[in-house]
Every structure is written in structure tokens, then in C-alpha cells.
Design a protein around this ligand. Structure first.
Ligand code: NZQ
Ligand code: ZN
Length: 385
């Protein structure tokens, strides 16, 4: 196990009816900017629940944050936050709204060019407005981590930054908010949270037994309850287990003392930035291809995953690994998320553009060994056609 430091300062308030506790979480008299997406919260009653709990503050609203949030949209919210002297940001939505809100919180307090924040991967952030969240989609883990992913629409650059200043002060996780999710977003969320675990687990053995067994517990839970969220959308316990799994998958716990892969995420970001695929779709395409390409290096962990999570009975390691890849692909497809570029109308003509973006962003040493170059990414994409 590698050395590590671990802390997580986000307060989680979990369960049905917990949106009402916003009253206690935001100081009286605060000037709050409520941020949200394309309007789902105005149709499913979440907006009413939020505003009913905000009688003790002065609130403003900023809607229209798109999936894969745009830098350009965030800047409009920064103007509003500055002109209304906002002192608390409240994100109500999925990963896109939370990520945008983190960026807005940092950019409102940043004196230079706001793109500095992204260009320096967050190092330029020296202050931010406090952020609180009401999560409505179980997927990204953004509700309990310091990461944000923003897209500059004008140049198709989808990039992340990290800053402790934007880690949410609190996040309210009410599983009932996810009842209204369309099946496509349920599928995306299940794939995303599942892949977050895989990125920190299917690497190479690190003698990290606790982290491995946390990972296996999360993976087994998501396999068990993911399909049920599609067939029984109003099953509270299913939604609760998926929501908590997604948060735990990317809140720093699994990363302690272990190597991380993240190649599917970084190559996937370019696919979304260039062609607009959903984040979960890019991961479903890339994971089977990356594992096939790196079968030998990943074999030991693929075997452990295949045996402990999928209970594969084969005895030959390579066969177990291959079966684990197949079962993972089938799981994504069961969740309604297709696993080939061609399923999304893309062919090999996309490869040079992805390679060029990886080079431009200097993502030239990906994977847990840092040995996946943009040329390797091209080979991986060929396996994903
Ligand atoms: O915009 P609205 O109308 O709210 O609709 C959204 C959106 O269309 C809808 N939705 C959300 N909650 C709903 C709902 N519809 C009905 N009922 C509800 N309760 O779902 C659609 C997708 O929402 P979005 O927020 O984009 O999805 P997700 O949570 O999957 O977030 C994806 C974004 O997060 C980034 C991704 O790259 C992508 O930009 N990620 C952020 C990470 C982080 N901060 O740590 C890590 C992840 O790996 C990921 O990269
Ligand atoms: Zn992800």
C-alpha cells in the first residue's frame, strides 16, 4: 500500500425529506445563488422543496446550465453572483450543475482570466464562495469531492480542475429526487459510478486489502441494484444504495494508497468535448477496449475482479480476465448504455481528432503505468469501433 493522506470535509445529509434541512445548513441572511440545469427541478417538485427551506435567506436563481457545462454559461452566472453580491452557492442538480457551480464559486473570487482556473488544473484558485449541493442524479461523486469538469464550447475543450476551495460544505442526498430520472441518465449514472470504482481497482495489485474490498462491495451493489433502478424506478432502497455507492466511489476513499488508471476518463473527455457523447457513454465504450489492449498488465486485477465480483468459475487466468471484460460490457449494455463507437454513429475518422486533442492537452502518459500515449489511444479507439 502506498503512503497517503485522507480527509473529506463534506457533510452528507442523507435520506428522504432531508431537503428541508437546508434551513440549518445555510446561515440566516445569506445571499444565495441557486443554480440548476435545463429545468427538471421545476417539473419534479425539487425546486419547491428547496425554496420552501430558504425563507431565512435572500435567494436568486440561475438556470440553464447544460449537461457537460459550458465555461461560457458559467461566466454569465459569475456576472450575476458578482452584481448581486452572492455569498453562498447552492447547486441543485446532477454532476454538471455541481461542477458548474464549483467553477462559478471559484471564478467569482478570481481576479484574472477565469480560464486560468482550468488551465492550471485548479492551482490558480485561492478563494471561492462556499458551495452546498442538493444532488438529483447518482453518478459523478462531485457532491463529495474537489473536482469540476467544464467545457469551453468555442474550442471543444472539456477539462477538469481540482481545488479544496470548491469542495462542497454539505450535500443533501435524498434518493427520492432520483425517481424522475429518465432511463438514459439512470444508465449513465450506473456506468459512471461503476467505472469510478474500476479506475481505482482494476490496475495492478497494491496490497491494499481494505480498499479492494470496499471496491468489490461497491461494484457488487451497483451490479445488483443498477438494473432494478430501471425496472423499479420508485424502489427507495435501490435508489438509496445506488446514490450512496456513487458518492463513495469518488470521494477519495478508494484512492487512498492505491494506483489509479483514469485513461477511460481522459480519452472519454475528448470524445465528449468533440462529439457531445454523454460522459457515461464514453466510459462504456472505452473500458472494454482499454482492458483488451492492456490485458497482460491488468490481468492480475482482472482475475481478482472476475472471481470476487462476477464469481467466474474458469481456472485459466487469461480466460477469467477475458470473461470479466465480456461480463462488464454486457452489464453496461443491460443498463442501456451501448459499448461501441459505431453505436453512436462514429467511425475511425474520429481517431485523429481525439489524438490531436490529447496531445494539445498534454495527456500523453495515461493509465496506472503512465504508458498510454495518444498513439496507444488511437489503437484503443480502433478496438472500440
Ligand atoms: O438539466 P436538467 O433539466 O436538470 O436535466 C438533467 C440533464 O439533462 C437530467 N437530470 C438530473 N437530475 C434529474 C434529471 N432529470 C430528471 N430528474 C432528475 N432528478 O439529467 C441530465 C444529465 O445531467 P448531468 O448533471 O449532466 O449528469 P451527470 O450527473 O452524469 O454529470 C455529468 C457531468 O459530470 C462530469 C462529467 O464529465 C459531466 O460533465 N463528471 C464530474 C466528475 C466530478 N466532478 O468529480 C467526475 C466524473 O467522472 C465526471 O467527469
Ligand atoms: Zn466519471
Amino acid at each position: 500500500m502506498n503512503n497517503f493522506e485522507f480527509w473529506n470535509t463534506t457533510k452528507i445529509i442523507f435520506g428522504a425529506g432531508q431537503i428541508a434541512s437546508l434551513r440549518e445548513q445555510i446561515p440566516a441572511g445569506a445571499r444565495v445563488l441557486i443554480t440548476y440545469g435545463g429545468g427538471s427541478i421545476k417539473q419534479n417538485g425539487i425546486f419547491e422543496q428547496v425554496t420552501a427551506a430558504l425563507e431565512h435567506v435572500t435567494w436568486f436563481e440561475f438556470g440553464g446550465i447544460e449537461a457537460n457545462p459550458h465555461f461560457e454559461t458559467c461566466l454569465k452566472a459569475v456576472d450575476l453572483a458578482q452584481s448581486e453580491q452572492i455569498d453562498f452557492m447552492l447547486a441543485v442538480g446532477g454532476g454538471s450543475v455541481i461542477d458548474a457551480t464549483k467553477f462559478i464559486a471559484a471564478a467569482t473570487k478570481h481576479s484574472g482570466d477565469p480560464w486560468d482556473i482550468i488551465e492550471t488544473f485548479g492551482a490558480a484558485v485561492s478563494d471561492a464562495l462556499p458551495v452546498g449541493c442538493v444532488l438529483t442524479l447518482a453518478a459523478t461523486g462531485s457532491e463529495m469531492n474537489p473536482t469540476s469538469v467544464v467545457t469551453r464550447a468555442a474550442t471543444h475543450d472539456k477539462l477538469f480542475f481540482n481545488s479544496e476551495y470548491v469542495r462542497p460544505r454539505f450535500s443533501i442526498l435524498d434518493p427520492e429526487t432520483t425517481y424522475s430520472l429518465p432511463p438514459r441518465q439512470v444508465g449513465n449514472g450506473v456506468v459512471d459510478s461503476f467505472v469510478h470504482v474500476l479506475e481505482q481497482y482494476v490496475t495492478y495489485p497494491a496490497q491494499a486489502k481494505v480498499q479492494d474490498r470496499f471496491a468489490e462491495g461497491l461494484l457488487s451493489t451497483i451490479i445488483e441494484d443498477g438494473p432494478k433502478a430501471l425496472s423499479e424506478p420508485h424502489n427507495y432502497d435501490v435508489r438509496a444504495n445506488l446514490m450512496w455507492s456513487a458518492t463513495m466511489a469518488l470521494n477519495g476513499l478508494l484512492a487512498t494508497g492505491t494506483p489509479g488508471d483514469w485513461a477511460s476518463h481522459l480519452i472519454g473527455q475528448e470524445l465528449t468535448g468533440l462529439y457531445g457523447l454523454d460522459h457515461g457513454q464514453t466510459l462504456a465504450i472505452l473500458i472494454p477496449a482499454i482492458w483488451t489492449y492492456k490485458l497482460e498488465q491488468k490481468q492480475a486485477k482482472l482475475v481478482q475482479y472476475g472471481q470476487r465480483v462476477w464469481h467466474i468459475q474458469e481456472t485459466e487466468p487469461e480466460k477469467i480476465a477475458q470473461q470479466a471484460i465480456l461480463l462488464t460490457r454486457q452489464f453496461f449494455e443491460t443498463m442501456g448504455v451501448k459499448t461501441r463507437l459505431s453505436d453512436y454513429g462514429l467511425d475511425e475518422s474520429v481517431i485523429p481528432a481525439v489524438v490531436a486533442k490529447l496531445n494539445e492537452h498534454q495527456f500523453t502518459q495515461l493509465g496506472e503505468h503512465g504508458d498510454i500515449t495518444p498513439e496507444d489511444a488511437a489503437n484503443i479507439l480502433k478496438l472500440a469501433l
